[in-house]
Write a new protein. Sequence first.
Length: 326
Amino acid sequence: MCYKIEVQNKNAEKLNRKLDELNFPIYMRKYFTVKIESKAGALNYLGVIVDLLNWFIEEKLIDKTNISDIEPSDFTDIMAEDITLYLKTKEQNGMSPTTLETRKHIISSFWDYMSRVKGTEIKDGFFKDVTYKGIPSGNKLTKKLPTEKQLNDMEEKIMWKKDISVRNRNIAIFRVLRGTGIRESELAGLDLSNLHLDEEMPYITILGKGVYREMQNRMVYLSGSALKAIREWLEYRSTLSNIIDTEAVFVNKNGTRTTERNIKQIFENYGNGITPHMMRHYYASIMNRNGNLAFVQQQLGHSNVNTTVNNYANGAVGMKDVLNNM
């Protein structure tokens, strides 16, 4: 079983435990267990919806003591203005407008599901009357983009590491993320069979976001630096005698697969504020400047080019010199 599917199964188990602990009603439970494909996403959504429902109970908008007691008819009298007030209250209590914009979309998805549950009698177009306006995450693209100095500093810090095994693995991971734009989960899930390094355009195959069948693997072409990093790592990896997860491309000192948590830890230790996901924004912006937007969309696995434009590719990259010379 591939790494991503193993993680999905573990998250499904965790989700079901939480739903059991909360004694979540079956009609709501289906939203998290069936409608949302990613169980990591479902866990995140669950936290948001639990907070919302508890707020409704505290504010006496739902006349119940616990979430487990809520019936479909209890949603009928909830007004769009109540959700607007909830979101505004969260902002007043310190939650960022960007986070709340995401939270609004989560609640909208849940409300759309609930409108189809028998007995709720939620009117069509309910959510268009939720007037709270947060800040889309794309508005902070500059903050999501590491500078060349930050990247160089991180690379230098990694190379200071005396432990050769850790150093070789970490620098390879850093360069592959920088040269492909893939997610840390996708990098962690790389198996040797996913490497196609001798093709005319070398590439890897990965299970992207929201897909959990190996037949849905997509191709991601490698930059020259990413290809070189993988080859150098594989050469070193071939000298290791303690590998337990034999299919994993990247392994820890103890021979087990390098996980998402391990990758995040590398950036926490050496990145000085850079996160693995910021490397994705960097890749998108550099490739958009030097290549074309259609290729960037394909590489990142976005179904809609607007996702690439609005959330990843920063058009200001490389424009400093243009502006200075005008």
